[in-house]
Structure formats: C-alpha cells, structure tokens
Design a protein around this ligand. Structure first.
Ligand code: DHB
Ligand code: FE
Length: 278
C-alpha cells in the first residue's frame, strides 16, 4: 500500500515566480518568506517522496466562471505551466501518474465525491510555485496528481466537505497497492482579499488560530460556513480550504515539523506548514 509521508500547506502568490526569476531570494522584502523553505526542502530530500498529490484552486486556466467544477482531478501523463503572466517564465513540465490518478478518481466516486476527470490539464501558479519553492532546481523528482477545489466562485464546497474529501483521498492512497511514497501539498491562503472594498484585508489572528487548529483540532474550521470563512480570511483567503483537504489526508494525530508565517507577500499573509503522521 502507498504511504503518506506528510502534508505541506503553503501560500501561492504569482509574484513569488517573478522573485525566483529575478533571483531576489535575499532581497530584504523576500528574505523572510524564502527563509521559511529550507527545513521543508531538507525534509523532502530526506523522505524522498515518489508522488506529490497537489491540492489547489485553478485561477481561470482550465475552468473559467462559465464552467466551474466543485472538485476536479487530473489524470494526464503530463501537466504544463500556462500561468496567466507574472509567474516564472520557464517551468519544465510536470510528470503525471495516470494510474494513481484513476485510482484516486475511482475511490472518490465510490465515496460519492464525483470529481470532474481531466485527461488534459494545464497548471498555474497555485501548482507551479509551491513545486518551485520545494524543489528550486525544478528537476521535479516526483510524479504529480493535481486535485482542484473550487475556492473561486460561489457556491464553494463547505469546509466540512473539504476536510472529508481529504479523508477520502487519504483512504484512496492507503488502498493503492503500489509502494509509492506520497507527499500531499495544499496551496493557497492564508488571509487575503484582492478585490472590492476590503482589498488588502489580512487577518493575522484568524490565520494563526487556523494554523494552530490543524495540529490538534483539524475540524475547527469546519464550524464556519464558507461565507463566514470569506468574512474571516478574505475572498481569496478562503483558498485555505485547500489546506483543510491536505490536512484531512493525515490521521488525527500529527507531528508539526515546520511552520512559518509572514506578512505580506504581495497582498497575502503567507503561511507554510509541514505535518507528519504521528
Ligand atoms: C495574489 C494571491 C493569490 O492567491 C493569487 O492567486 C493571486 C495573487 C496576491 O496576493 O497578489
Ligand atoms: Fe490564489
């Protein structure tokens, strides 16, 4: 059976791609952000996963506002970057794992989650930048399975449903007969709002409480409706639903290996958390 080695949850902001491209890792603005990553890179180099299941939200690449699946799973042999602009100029393609993708899809449909299945899929900054932060040489050592959650257009899946989706993904991976070593990555958040009267909104108290909850009380955020989560974390901060999916793949008891929180990266409160099954 395949094994989940841990879950890494991390913010995604397009300007990180520009900073990587221009080599600004030690620039005073960027240093506190990039300094969060070496412990995660060291952990990845030590545990050597074969596969990354990447839970994120598509920003209008595959699904625009006219067609918006609640959940979608990639089942392609390869995924190419097609970011909308200010990301990394060149990103090597990502290898897929169609066999594991289809197993995940079949398991999820068995559990009545019914994702859209994507035999072709492009990926954006929400997928590419966490990968480039974890493996800066961009020689991706893992095959990938993209899992897309609608955090973009109402109605969003509830936090409770996202947590349960994660639990179902955890069961699917555990029931895969291969011996793959899997890391689950959840991207987005933490608090930020890019549009409207509250543009620039950040809620540090909520973010820190949320990060803390993922350790010992992972269902804490499920007491909020998605409207309340938008109120608390911002219209884009609700991307934290992807963190809940990733957390759901782990058992109740986890060990925190690393945490970093930094305000701001662009308009976003950036968070990074690495959890292992205890
Ligand atoms: C920003 C944050 C995001 O999550 C995103 O998808 C795009 C931009 C930002 O803070 O600039
Ligand atoms: Fe985003």
């Amino acid at each position: 059976m395949a094994e989940i080695l841990g879950a890494i949850t991390v913010s995604h902001v397009p300007s990180i791609g520009g900073a990587i491209a221009r080599g600004l890792q030690n620039d005073p603005y960027w240093k506190p952000f990039f300094d969060g990553f070496p412990p995660v890179r060291d952990w990845l180099a030590r545990v050597r996963p074969d596969v990354a299941v990447v839970v994120y939200n598509d920003h209008g690449l595959n699904f625009f506002l006219d067609k918006m699946p609640t959940f979608a799973v990639g089942a392609a042999p390869e995924y190419r970057n097609a970011d909308e602009g200010w990301g990394i100029p060149v990103v090597p393609p990502f290898r897929g794992d169609p066999a594991l993708s289809w197993h995940l899809i079949e398991s999820l449909v068995d559990e009545e989650f019914d994702p859209v299945t994507c035999q072709e899929m492009t990926v954006d900054h929400a997928f590419t930048l966490p990968m480039a932060l974890f493996w800066p040489d961009m020689q991706w050592p893992v095959r990938t399975v993209p899992v897309v959650v609608n955090t973009v257009q109402a109605p969003l899946p509830s936090a409770a449903r996202c947590y349960r989706l994660g639990q179902a993904i955890g069961r699917a991976i555990a029931s895969w007969p291969g011996r793959e070593r899997v890391v689950v990555i959840g991207t987005g958040g933490l608090s930020h709002q890019l549009d409207g009267e509250r543009a620039g909104f950040i809620n540090k108290d909520f973010d820190l409480r949320f990060i803390d909850s993922l350790m010992n009380d992972p269902a804490w955020a499920t007491k909020y409706s998605t409207a309340e989560l938008v109120e608390l974390a911002g219209t884009q901060g609700v991307e934290l639903l992807n963190w809940l999916v990733a957390r759901g793949t782990l058992p109740a008891k986890v060990r925190q290996r690393h945490v970093n929180y930094h305000i701001p990266v662009s308009n976003t409160a950036s968070g990074l958390l690495l959890l292992e099954p205890a």
